[in-house]
Write a protein that binds this ligand. Structure first.
Ligand code: GDP
Length: 198
């Protein structure tokens, strides 16, 4: 799959307004500031694909990008979670939406879950994993900002996360990622290719 061909499709304020549930899609999720926009921009080699500026509390949109002419292969940018300033009601509603999306979206093949390597597996990350696991949804965890650590500590963090993931079985995997350096980009592309084309 040529991710450089990605094109913005649409933004949906609710799941009801998502594109038709056919073909295949992969969704990107993570705490705000984990590096989700940077990862999508690096993957598509388009610095403006996903917006990196965020205003807490603003309407949260699900953004769809198409990577083929027929819109049959899509990348989905889910709203970042973990903003302290978002009202609890909005937060709860979004969490319900997310859980619903993971369980009912037929075209969803896998979830890319981004975590800052310096503080992985926060409470909501774990909730996401539990939902994905309950839905039988494969997950690839990206430990982002790997460039902020030296090689040894980065590898140690990866091993520790992999160990913590053992209870989830084979559906959840983890890798290192750095948007500026491009570490882990090929590994990520391989996983996405498998999800989108098989
Ligand atoms: P999002 O809220 O998850 O979409 O996060 P962004 O992609 O907007 O990134 C949040 C901040 O982290 C920005 O200042 C980015 O430049 C920075 N950032 C994202 N990914 C990396 C990375 O791999 N390495 C470094 N050093 N900084 C990163």
């Amino acid at each position: 799959v040529n991710y450089r061909r990605a094109q913005y499709m649409k933004s949906a304020p609710t799941l009801a307004q998502c594109p038709k549930d056919s073909g295949a899609e992969v969704a990107f999720a993570g705490r705000s500031n984990a590096g989700k926009s940077s990862a999508i921009n690096r993957l598509t080699e388009n610095g403006k694909m996903a917006k990196t500026s965020k205003t807490p509390g603003r309407t949260q949109l699900i953004n769809f990008f198409s990577v083929d002419a027929a819109d049959a292969m899509r990348i989905v940018d889910l709203p970042g979670y973990g903003f302290a300033k978002v009202p609890i009601k909005v937060k709860q509603e979004w969490e319900r939406n997310l859980e619903y999306y993971l369980q009912h979206r037929q075209s969803l093949r896998g979830l890319v879950l981004l975590m800052d390597i310096r503080h992985p597996l926060t409470e909501f990350d774990t909730t996401m994993l539990t939902w994905a696991h309950a839905a039988g949804m494969p997950v690839r965890i990206l430990l982002t900002k790997t460039d902020k650590l030296k090689r040894g500590p980065a590898q140690a963090a990866l091993l520790q996360v992999r160990k913590a993931l053992q209870p989830y079985g084979g559906l959840v995997s983890a890798q290192l990622f750095s948007a500026p350096r491009g570490d882990g980009l090929d590994e990520l592309r391989e996983q996405l290719d498998i999800w989108l084309t098989t």
